[in-house]
Write a protein that binds this ligand. Sequence first.
Ligand code: NAD
Length: 378
Amino acid sequence: MARPLNIGMIGYGFMGRAHSNAYSKVNHFFDLQYQPVLKAVCARDESKAKVFAATWGYESVETDWRKLVARKDVDAIDICTPNNMHREIALAAAQAGKMILCEKPLAMNSQEGAEMAAAVEKAGIANMVWYNYRRVPAVTLAKNLIDDGRLGRIFHYRAVFLQDWTIPSASPQGGTGLWRLDVAAAGSGVTGDLLAHCIDTAIWLNGGIDRVTAMTETFVKERKHNLTGKVEPVGIDDACAFLARFKNGALATFESTRYARGHKALYTFEINGEKASIQWDLHDLHRLSYFDHHDESTLRGWRSIHVTDGDHPYMGKWWVPGLQIGYEHSFVHQVADFLEGLASNKPAGPTFRDALETQKVCDAVLESGRTSQWVAVE
Ligand SMILES: NC(=O)c1ccc[n+]([C@@H]2O[C@H](COP(=O)([O-])OP(=O)(O)OC[C@H]3O[C@@H](n4cnc5c(N)ncnc54)[C@H](O)[C@@H]3O)[C@@H](O)[C@H]2O)c1
């Protein structure tokens, strides 16, 4: 019998649903020593929270996150709230000795992130940040290929994350769903929201980033604020492109915008090494493109690996070879790894400390966007 791990989740939006789905499914597919129990969900609107609890199977509801954190029957706090709440909740949860699973980006900036990492380490509690793209099987396969030395020395890393949903200037900022456009709630725009994913994956695959130079732009300068009803300045970066040098000498380009008409969530990366190259595309997330220079010259070319075989990462736990899985499974894998980390006492990454590295790169990118200078990552 798996040991229960009582989850208290704060926030029931997009990520609240993605995480609840993962907690519910994980023990059906993975053989684990722990089993998440949906103990309580916390949100400010009690009636909506009750509907959510009934839909997803939570045993109870809280409307004040401090009460949830204080509950003796909760083992782990899952932070699914806007970015400006991560720090306060995490510090209180660490103080209360709860494990913490925190949505990304870890914090509003690296100063907050450092405080949070120190707090969970001082409390000695398990902690993880939901940079879920690491657990897409094709991305994990890319990691394995790089770690096996198949690419050799890496020269280039190229990542983009493109969307188009903020083009209408009449769209307001602030409040449910639109907190991402409000710098007071989000901390930054595409840098912390989208590029943070690209940076986390990049550091995981190719090691630390040494320095960056960025350009950022806010195309729509004012928007009505949903909470104040007034037209207010927009403080986020709508678009950001930056160059980076990795510590291993590789050169990188990163670009993100919410103004790329026609793109909803085009996250792609390409890595060029001495011996081979790889490409991945979120819109086709079950495939990894691979070019191996050592192939026979007349047959050499990009191959598109359908990452669904039983010996591909995580895939042996799902259906039969040839049948693919999707976005939500990356969260199931992350929960599985977290629970395995608890059982084996080998914490699954990214921990708060790992996610702080991404936060530091984001800070350097935003500073460079302001100053137009190269900025060293602290
Ligand atoms: N890993 C990913 O791919 C991914 C994707 C989307 C969002 N995120 C991150 O997840 C977090 C939440 O984003 P989302 O898209 O789910 O946002 P959302 O707007 O859909 O949901 C946010 C939730 O927080 C709740 N909330 C706000 N203030 C609260 C309070 N005081 N007490 C209790 N609940 C409160 C809101 O009611 C809402 O349910 C953010 O940090 C975001 O960056 C990560």
